[in-house]
Design a protein around this ligand. Structure first.
Ligand code: GRF
Length: 198
């Protein structure tokens, strides 16, 4: 069987990326081909390299104000790695529609809210401020619009009275680590049934 090739884009510690890497073993239909960051010092790069996965980075800072020029560099290592699927996992740069169109229908993202609620940043604080009884995370197909696109899976957690944005984020992150691998596996198997956890 020829495995699907998966490239993962990160910006930070990469705990979701590690969950994805660790899931792609045994009879899993996919294998990682690249972990790419916009920050040379992203902790996740070291974790990927320790697991024997090819890594690369393209610093976005020299391209300030010129997203197109940044993306022209960012796409090079991705195209070289020839991925079938691209996973954004805590990748904190907004991508243009042009970039996204290269990977239409095969790029996934994880977002820490029950979409369509709370697109963008500070999702945990916003859920608390709204007095929501539950919160969670979503994996969706990436389209040109931010944190939009068909939802492929969601995991729900209760919001507790004593929660702070930090405690709530930690509870959601635990679910992210279950949800993203579950969705990636189904996606790689071409099964479009949404995953529901929690
Ligand atoms: C996660 O909450 C992800 O949903 C978000 O950024 C965080 C990244 O965490 N957008 P990690 O780098 O995967 O540990």
């Amino acid at each position: 069987m020829s495995h699907k090739r998966v490239a993962i884009l990160i910006s930070g510690g990469g705990s979701n990326m590690v969950a994805l890497l660790d899931s792609m073993v045994g009879d899993h239909p996919a294998r990682p081909c690249l972990v790419l960051s916009n920050d040379e010092h992203a902790g996740g790069l070291k974790k990927a390299a320790e697991r024997g996965v090819a890594t690369a980075w393209v610093d976005h800072r020299p391209f300030k104000g010129n997203r197109t020029a940044f993306e022209a560099e960012l796409i090079k290592p991705i195209l070289e790695a020839k991925p079938d699927i691209v996973c954004l996992a805590g990748f904190m740069r907004v991508l243009t529609g042009d970039f996204v169109s290269h990977f239409q229908g095969r790029m996934l993202n994880i977002h820490p809210s029950l979409l369509p609620k709370y697109k963008g940043l500070n999702t945990h604080a916003r859920a608390l401020e709204a007095g929501d009884a539950e919160h969670g995370c979503s994996v969706h197909e990436v389209t040109a619009a931010l944190d939009d696109g068909p939802i492929l899976g969601q995991a729900r957690v209760p919001v507790l009275e004593e929660d702070t944005p930090e405690t709530l984020a930690a509870r959601v992150l635990t679910q992210e680590h279950l949800l993203y691998p579950a969705v990636l596996r189904r996606f790689a198997e071409k099964n479009s049934t949404p995953v529901h956890l929690g």
